[in-house]
Design a protein around this ligand. Structure first.
Ligand code: ATP
Ligand code: MG
Ligand code: MG
Ligand code: MG
Length: 479
């Protein structure tokens, strides 16, 4: 089954259960001081849970573009090293706003996975919340009872507050969740450890695919929990992981979500994926992953820049450039060449990329060209620095790499880690602070037409607008 068919089946299934299918919200969040990027399907529905707005339908389903590279959910370091965490991914979701609850949510999850998608029952595990006496949180007996109707008891595992209880913040809506994990190992291997309970923390091929959150309490300021008058369901399933399971692959990158991009990178770079060393394979995966994050955020109006959300995109882009430069032995702009394939792949799902293909391509190409101009010198300089470092890179050296060669701090940290070195982050931040004070006058002119939130102090150096940023301002004002 193709990934496109899998996505459609998910949506059709919930349409047949009276869900309204809505479009993905933009991946870039504006006007929310608590969030830079959409990191879960529920973000766009927050006001329905808080009771500030009424949902257009009590049941909704969609596929949401998500990005997990900052804040509470930051999976960047995992990407490409493991085979199932991405920066940008699609989260399939179904919601009940004061309508159905645990019984239907669990029954339908099971029906979809085992009847429609026909995942063998003996590959599935579920987790339910075990309760937390110290916090006054009860065990989720109801979810456990619902699961017992469908799955053998020894496949229902108890999970702690960290994994199985969801809270929006210190106060507000919250509740237990139940997760579904799939054991994707070959039969022979699974039989060897039969009887042992596995969840994704134990094995990289036993992966979490779906989380069902049951929002049933309101946490008050004094810490107490009140039952909510209207209870809600909020679910999220990793699309690329589901596709991997249904296409019987060991890696998300071996599914048709990614193979087109990987082949394109092969033909551009002249290197083969899965043919040489692990380093170049990681590079293939990182590039195939990062181009999606970069392209979709730009298409949603966030240009790379030196501050806030824009700097997050620039960092991801520079990280990808360094991977092809160092590990695919390709020293010209590469990423921009992948945009047409990506835009075509998603034309019917997220048409905004196709519609702005030329603009997105141009932005990425200019960014790559600019960074490639200083990258080689920067890599030489870091070799000198590494040669002299004793266990740790000094803050002033990391700052020089940042300031003179455009190396984001986390890129320097990545290269340092590859050589088993750490960096003095505190001293780096101090250098940044001093720089900021020196250029305070210039920084004052760096105002946007919306608030740049969660801005990391170390990322807020003002170095002037390039032509694309100037253009972006015009575009943003027009919106
Ligand atoms: P994990 O434990 O694997 O990091 P999570 O518990 O952080 O996942 P949730 O917040 O529960 O994830 O999100 C719902 C679903 O979204 C997950 O069950 C998973 O299938 C998918 N998902 C989460 N993070 C990623 C990611 N970085 N890349 C791809 N899919 C993801
Ligand atoms: Mg996670
Ligand atoms: Mg998890
Ligand atoms: Mg989870």
């Amino acid at each position: 089954m193709t990934s496109a068919a899998i996505r459609s089946q998910f949506l059709e299934f919930f349409r047949s259960k009276q869900h309204l299918i809505v479009p993905s919200a933009p991946i870039v969040v504006k006007n929310d001081p608590t969030l830079m990027f959409t990191n879960a399907g529920m973000n766009q529905f927050k006001d329905y849970f808080l009771g500030n707005k009424i949902a257009p339908n009590p049941r909704i389903a969609d596929t949401q573009k998500c990005l997990r590279v900052s804040g509470k959910h930051n999976d960047l370091e995992e990407v490409g090293v493991d085979h199932y965490h991405h920066t940008m991914f699609e989260m399939l979701g179904n919601w009940s706003f004061g309508d159905y609850f645990k019984k239907e949510a669990i029954e339908w999850s099971w029906e979809l996975l085992t009847k429609v998608f026909q995942i063998p029952v003996d590959r599935l595990y579920v987790t339910v919340f075990e309760g937390d006496a110290k916090e006054g949180l009860p065990k989720d007996e109801e979810a456990a009872a619902e699961w017992k109707k469908w799955i053998a008891e020894d496949r229902i595992l108890l999970g702690n507050k960290k994994d199985n209880f969801w809270e929006m913040g210190d106060t507000g809506p919250c509740g237990p969740c139940t997760e579904i994990h799939v054991d994707t190992r070959p039969d022979e291997e699974r039989q060897k450890v039969d009887g042992r309970t596995l969840v994704n923390a134990d094995h990289p091929e036993v992966i979490e695919i779906w989380n069902n959150v049951f929002i049933q309490f309101n946490r008050l300021k004094d810490g107490s929990l009140q039952p909510l008058p209207a209870k809600h369901v909020d679910t999220g399933m990793g699309f690329e992981r589901l596709v991997r399971v249904l296409q019987n692959k060991n890696s998300n990158y071996d599914t048709d979500v990614f193979t087109g991009l990987i082949e394109k990178i092969e033909s551009i770079s002249g290197q083969g994926y899965g043919k040489t060393d692990n380093k170049s394979d990681v590079a293939f995966r990182v590039i195939a992953d990062h181009i999606r994050a970069i392209s979709f955020t730009i298409a949603d109006g966030q240009l790379p820049s030196n501050t806030g959300a824009g700097y997050v995109i620039r960092r991801i882009l520079r990280r990808a450039v360094r991977y092809y430069y160092s590990y695919l032995n390709y020293q010209q702009p590469l990423l921009f060449q992948l945009v047409p394939a990506l835009a075509a792949q998603f034309e019917n799902v997220f048409p905004e990329l196709h519609q702005q293909q030329q603009f997105v391509t141009k932005v990425i190409r200019e960014e790559e060209e600019a960074f490639l101009r200083t990258l080689e010198k920067g890599l030489k300089r870091i070799e000198d620095i590494i040669g002299q470092a004793k266990g740790s890179i000094a803050g002033k050296d990391a700052f020089e790499l940042y300031d003179t060669y455009g190396f984001p701090f986390d890129l320097t940290r990545l290269i340092a880690a590859e050589r088993e070195l750490t960096i003095d982050e505190e001293a780096f931040n101090k250098e940044m602070q001093q720089q900021k004070e020196r250029s305070r006058a210039a920084t004052a002119t760096d105002t946007e037409d919306w608030v740049v939130v969660n801005e990391d102090a170390s990322n807020s150096q003002f170095v002037g607008y390039d032509s694309l940023e100037a253009k972006a301002k015009v575009l943003r004002y027009r919106k």
